[in-house]
Design a protein around this ligand. Structure first.
Ligand SMILES: [Zn+2]
Length: 51
């Protein structure tokens, strides 16, 4: 985790559905799979290591 900066960047462009855990593009309003709007960002506190 966090070993590949490019991967981190890609992950930061992704949101995860809280309901079905499907990956969706960031900026989308609804899950493409189940239609839920309960989305969360993929990465959040991985950078806490640097501090
Ligand atoms: Zn979903």
């Amino acid at each position: 985790m966090g070993r590949f900066p490019i991967a981190d960047e890609e992950l930061s462009k992704i949101v995860i559905c809280r309901k079905c855990k499907a990956r969706n593009k960031k900026g989308t309003e609804k899950c493409r799979k189940c239609g839920s709007s309960a989305l969360r960002p993929k990465t959040k506190d991985l950078r806490a290591k640097k501090a």
